[in-house]
Design a protein around this ligand. Structure first.
Ligand code: ADP
Length: 448
C-alpha cells in the first residue's frame, strides 16, 4: 500500500479523499493556491504545499508545480479527484515518468473516452447502444446537414472534447444548424483548444442514468448499480440519487445497463473507478452518451446504498490489489439522495454568486452526510467552481431519504452567502420530483 498520497485538487473533494486516506493510515499532502491558504482541505492534510496564484491555470492546473510538490514531499501516488487534472492523459504520463502512481485508469483509455466522438464509435462496436448520430467527428457543414437530415431534427451538436455541458448546442431545425455548429466550434476551441464536433439525435425529455463501475488490473470488473441525475441546469447535475426510480418502472433496465457498462469496460480494458453515462428515453430505451474516467461528484449516493468507500477502492486498485467483491455479493440497501449546494442564484438563471461565509453550521444525524469544502469566515471566490458542499442522505426507501434531506437542509445554517439551498427544499416537496418522474429539462422548466 502507498505510504503518501498527494491530492491534486481542492474543496470538498480534496477533503473527502483525505478522510479516506486517513482511515487507511496513508499520509496526505494537500496542494493549494494563494486564494486557498485557509481552506479546510489544507488543514485536513498532514502536509500542504502552495503551488501558485489563485487562477487555476497557474495553480491547480499547473502540472509542473504539482509534480514538484509530489516529488519533493515524497508522494508515491497522486489522487486527482474530479475536474482539474483528473482526465488529462498527458499528466498521467508525466506522473508515471516521475515514478509516481496515478490513481485512475490508464492514459490510453482516458484518451479514448476523452474524445467523445471516438468513444461513441468504440462503444457501438462493443455492442453498447449509442444515441443515433454521426460516425465519429463531422467534417464540415455540408456533411452535418446530410447527417442531421437523415437523423431528423432536432439534433444536438456536441464538441468531441466536451465536458460540463460546454460546446453542446441544440438545432431545432435545419435553419438553426449552422449557428449551432459555429457556437459549438467557438466554445470548444476556447475551452478545450479542439474544434472537432459530432452530431446526435436530440432525445426528447430523457432521464440521465449512469452506471458506476470498478475494475482491477487482474481482469475483475463489477458495477455498483445506477444513479439517476436528471435534475440538471445547463446540462449539469444538481440533484442525484441511487437507485433510479426508473428501475422500478422498467423491468430489467438495471441489469441491461449494467451489462452494457461492463461490456464497455471489458472491451476498453478499463481499470479503476469509472462511470458509464446513458440517457434513457421516456419509453425506457437507453443510449450511451459518454464514459467519465474518474470519480464523480455524485459518488456518495452509491457509497450510501452499497456501504463501499469508492475512494478506498480506487486506491486499492491503483496499488495493484484485486477486487474482493463479485457482482453477486452486491445488494442495494435503501435509497440515497444528494443535493449539490452551489454559491449561485436560482432566481438569476443560476448565475454564480461568490461572497463571504459569515455563518456555516452543517446538519448531522443518522442517514445524513455532508461533504463540504468551506467553513465560516471563508470567502467563496470567483476563481473556482461554485460547488461548496454536498448534502447526502440515506433512508430505508426513497421517501425516507427525501424526508431526511428536508430535515438536513432545514437545519443547515449558512450566513450571508447566496446559495441554491431553498431551491432544493422546494424540489424535495414538488409533486413531480416526489413521483420520481422527471426528465433532464424539468428543473429549468420549473425555475425559469
Ligand atoms: P458533458 O460531457 O458536457 O457533460 P454529456 O454528453 O454527458 O455532456 O451530456 C450532458 C447532458 O446533456 C445529459 O445528461 C443530458 O441532459 C443532455 N444530453 C446529452 N446528449 C443528449 C441527447 N442526445 N439528447 C438529449 N439530451 C442530451
Amino acid at each position: 500500500m502507498f505510504d503518501t498520497i498527494l491530492v491534486a485538487n481542492r474543496g470538498e473533494i480534496a477533503a473527502r479523499i483525505i478522510r479516506t486516506c486517513r482511515e487507511m493510515e496513508i499520509r496526505t499532502i494537500a496542494v493549494y493556491s494563494e486564494a486557498d491558504v485557509e481552506a479546510p482541505h489544507v488543514a485536513a492534510a498532514d502536509e500542504a504545499v502552495e503551488i501558485g496564484p489563485a487562477h487555476v491555470t497557474k495553480s491547480y492546473l499547473n502540472q509542473e508545480a504539482i509534480l514538484e510538490a509530489a516529488k519533493s514531499h515524497g508522494a508515491d501516488a497522486i489522487h486527482p479527484g474530479y475536474g482539474l487534472m483528473s482526465e488529462n492523459p498527458e499528466f498521467v504520463h508525466a506522473v508515471e515518468e516521475a515514478g509516481i502512481v496515478f490513481i485512475g485508469p490508464r492514459p490510453e483509455v482516458m484518451e479514448l473516452m476523452g474524445d467523445k466522438a471516438r468513444a461513441r464509435d468504440f462503444a457501438e462496436k462493443a455492442g453498447v447502444p449509442v444515441v443515433p448520430g454521426s460516425d465519429g467527428p463531422v467534417e464540415d457543414e455540408e456533411q452535418a446537414h446530410a447527417i442531421a437530415e437523415s437523423l431528423g431534427y432536432p439534433v444536438l451538436v456536441k464538441a468531441s472534447a466536451g465536458g460540463g455541458g460546454i460546446g453542446m448546442n441544440l438545432a431545432k431545425n435545419e435553419k438553426k444548424l449552422a449557428k449551432a455548429i459555429q457556437t459549438s466550434i467557438r466554445r470548444a476551441n476556447s475551452a478545450f483548444g479542439d474544434p472537432s464536433f459530432y452530431i446526435e439525435k436530440y432525445i426528447q425529455n430523457p432521464r440521465h442514468i449512469e452506471i458506476q463501475v470498478l475494475a482491477d488490473d487482474h481482469g475483475n470488473a463489477i458495477h455498483l448499480f445506477e444513479r439517476e441525475c436528471s435534475v440538471q441546469r445547463r446540462h449539469q447535475k444538481v440533484i442525484e440519487e441511487a437507485p433510479s426510480p426508473a428501475s422500478k418502472t422498467f423491468e430489467g433496465l438495471r441489469q441491461e445497463m449494467g451489462r452494457a457498462a461492463l461490456n464497455l469496460v471489458e472491451a476498453s480494458e478499463y481499470t479503476n473507478a469509472g462511470t458509464v453515462e446513458f440517457i434513457v428515453s421516456p419509453n425506457g430505451d437507453f443510449y450511451f452518451i459518454e464514459m467519465n474516467t474518474r470519480l464523480q461528484v455524485e459518488h456518495p449516493t452509491t457509497e450510501m446504498i452499497t456501504g463501499l468507500d469508492l475512494v478506498e477502492w480506487q486506491i486499492r486498485i491503483a496499488a495493484g490489489e484485486s477486487l474482493t467483491l463479485s457482482q453477486q455479493d452486491l445488494a442495494i440497501d435503501g435509497h440515497s439522495i444528494q443535493c449539490r449546494l452551489y454559491a449561485e442564484n436560482p432566481d438569476k438563471r443560476f448565475m454564480p454568486a461568490p461572497g463571504a461565509i459569515t455563518d456555516w453550521v452543517e446538519p448531522s444525524g443518522e442517514g445524513i452526510r455532508v461533504d463540504s469544502g468551506v467553513s465560516a469566515g471563508l470567502k467563496v471566490t470567483p476563481y473556482y467552481d461554485p460547488l461548496i458542499a454536498k448534502v447526502i442522505t440515506h433512508g430505508a426507501d426513497r421517501s425516507a431519504a427525501i424526508e431526511r434531506m428536508k430535515q438536513a437542509l432545514a437545519e443547515f445554517e449558512i450566513g450571508e452567502l447566496t446559495t441554491n439551498l431553498s431551491m432544493h427544499l422546494t424540489v424535495m416537496d414538488h409533486e413531480d420530483f416526489r413521483s420520481g418522474d422527471v426528465h433532464t429539462g424539468w428543473l429549468e422548466e420549473e425555475f425559469s
